[in-house]
Design a protein around this ligand. Structure first.
Ligand SMILES: CC(C)(COP(=O)(O)OP(=O)(O)OC[C@H]1O[C@@H](n2cnc3c(N)ncnc32)[C@H](O)[C@@H]1OP(=O)(O)O)[C@@H](O)C(=O)NCCC(=O)NCCS
Length: 172
């Protein structure tokens, strides 16, 4: 109820009517904000995940108080993109295909295809190909779980014990 009163989660139907474009397999977690007043400037591709509290901005009203005009610019997010928790995407930014944005990043400039970018301001730290290869190379029969049931506390305890033992684990 409180969420509803706060306008969360945002009603995507309303944003589509205002011109927001989103491709297939879109996933957003709690507290995501897609600039409601200027969402006609936002295009999101296929297979995109926005982690909790990501904020996509397509306008800047800081000019309004001085000369009565708000600046707006198109934001484009490509296909196969993961944007980490609490990141902010600023107006005018183009994020390419196959991109990971680290948690807490402030994306002020374009991010090229096939890259992992992080920080404030966000900078490319490696390629997605390298990132995937590195993560996959850490997986083994002990730290990788295929059938953990998140509804079962025994399974969650098992995951906790494995993470304590191996440092990090991989779960479906
Ligand atoms: C960006 C990310 C994918 C990089 O993972 P990684 O390749 O394993 O990164 P590493 O830990 O090897 O760090 C590489 C460098 O980037 C820096 N870095 C990593 N993540 C960062 C972040 N979010 N912000 C700023 N810098 C970051 C590290 O400090 C390190 O810098 P250094 O080389 O100067 O020491 C990961 O850190 C991240 O932020 N994931 C998103 C998590 C998330 O949002 N979860 C929500 C679940 S829905």
């Amino acid at each position: 109820m409180l969420e509803y009163l706060r306008g969360e989660p945002q009603h995507l139907g309303k944003l589509y009517k205002r011109g927001l474009k989103i491709g297939k397999s879109f996933n957003r977690l709690g507290g995501v904000i897609i600039d409601p007043s200027h969402c006609n400037h936002i295009t999101i591709g296929d297979n995109v995940t926005l982690a909790p509290r990501v904020h996509i901005l397509a306008h800047d009203a800081s000019t309004y108080i001085f000369f009565g005009k708000t600046r707006a610019a198109n934001v484009t997010i490509g296909n196969d993109v993961f944007i980490g928790a609490s990141s902010i995407i600023l107006p005018g930014v183009k994020i390419g295909n196959r991109v990971v944005v680290g948690a807490g990043s402030v994306v002020t400039k374009d991010i090229p295809d096939n890259s992992v970018a992080a920080g404030n301001p966000a900078k490319v730290i490696c390629s997605v190909d390298d990132y995937i290869a590195r993560e996959k190379s850490k997986m083994n029969e002990f730290n990788t779980f295929v059938a953990l049931d998140p509804a079962k506390i025994e399974d969650r305890n098992k995951a906790n014990a494995a993470a304590a033992k191996y440092g990090e684990i991989f779960v479906s």
